[in-house]
Design a protein around this ligand. Structure first.
Ligand code: UTP
Length: 290
């Protein structure tokens, strides 16, 4: 099974991140030195994906521009002798083939995925949410691609969360296949802790087969009046066509301020030049606020 495309839905309004996202797409907010979406594209490339299909709206064109050449800026950097920065700007522009598809109405994540039908046609494809960051060993879309190739089935990424937090997520009921892979039998959207079938929460990484498009096409709006991807996945689980892979490593939901800020600190702490000064300032802040 060859998979080359990553569908990255970025057409949402980012209401949890207002007013920062009034005119700047949430996916372009910086985490340390790079916009959020660049981390996601780089994760896809590291896993061998070649083409990115952005599901966009009319306010999101700067996302596509970020992965394109900017000749004026390049000339300026060249004249100023800023060679390292020039190379970095050119590297970003050469990362992937970009395909942009407009989601003309924001009718939900399932609808955003359906918008990619014309581009993906009969190919299996990855879906990576434009605001969900994963880092570390066994942490990304590469793990799901391996499972999809081995089983020939659709795959959803899950992480373990404390029981107290399950009501924020879609949660799977599954039977273990091995230490980190499950056959999914049921998906429950935002369950109460006492009603959750497990503590395995769905995060924004999927590998889907083209049959998902027929399911989504015939699907009515679900929770919140939106076409929900989870409802389509339930259709696959009912036919024993859905696997879950438990991912490890660090995961940040960039639409949540605590997670967004923690991700910034996580990356800045890995920068040798900044680390010591940052730790000092954080310690000062913590001693002031306690
Ligand atoms: P979210 O619900 O996290 O993002 O959707 P949102 O709607 O932008 O943000 P809030 O909840 O209002 O703060 C997950 C991903 O799916 C995309 C979003 O852009 C985000 O990357 N999405 C969501 C679409 O592309 N289209 C939709 O209709 C809905």
């Amino acid at each position: 099974m060859e998979i080359t495309k990553a569908v990255i839905p970025v057409a949402g309004w980012g209401t949890r991140s207002l007013p920062a996202t009034k005119n700047v797409p949430k996916e372009m907010l910086p985490i340390f030195r790079k916009p959020i979406v660049q981390y996601i594209v780089e994760e896809g490339i590291a896993a061998g994906l070649k083409d990115v299909v952005f599901i966009t709206n009319q306010n999101k064109t700067i996302i596509e521009d970020h992965f394109d050449r900017n000749f004026l800026l390049e000339q300026l950097l060249e004249r100023a002798g800023k060679t390292a920065m020039l190379e970095e700007v050119r590297r970003v522009a050469s990362l992937v083939n970009v395909i942009g598809v407009r989601q003309k109405e924001q009718l939900g994540l399932g609808h955003a995925v359906l918008t990619a039908r014309e581009v993906c046609q009969n190919e299996p494809f990855a879906v990576m949410l434009g605001d969900d960051l994963m880092f570390g060993v066994q942490a990304g879309i590469g793990e799901l691609l391996k499972a999809a190739k081995e089983t020939g089935k659709a795959v959803v990424g899950v992480i373990e969360v404390p029981k107290s937090k399950v009501s924020r997520y879609g949660v799977i009921k599954g039977e273990s296949i091995d230490s980190h892979t499950y056959r999914v039998t049921n998906l429950v959207e935002k369950p109460k802790p006492e009603e959750a079938p497990s503590n395995l929460a769905i995060i924004g990484r999927y590998v889907l087969l083209p049959e998902i498009f027929d399911i989504l096409e015939g699907q009515r709006a679900g929770v919140g009046g939106e076409i929900q991807l989870t409802d389509a996945l339930q259709g696959l689980a009912d036919q024993d066509k859905l696997i879950a892979v438990r991912l490890a490593g660090q995961r940040f939901d960039a639409g949540d301020w605590v997670e967004y800020l923690t991700a910034n600190i996580y990356f800045a702490l890995q920068d040798e030049e900044l680390r010591d000064d940052l730790v000092k300032r954080l310690q000062e802040l913590l001693s002031c606020s306690s």
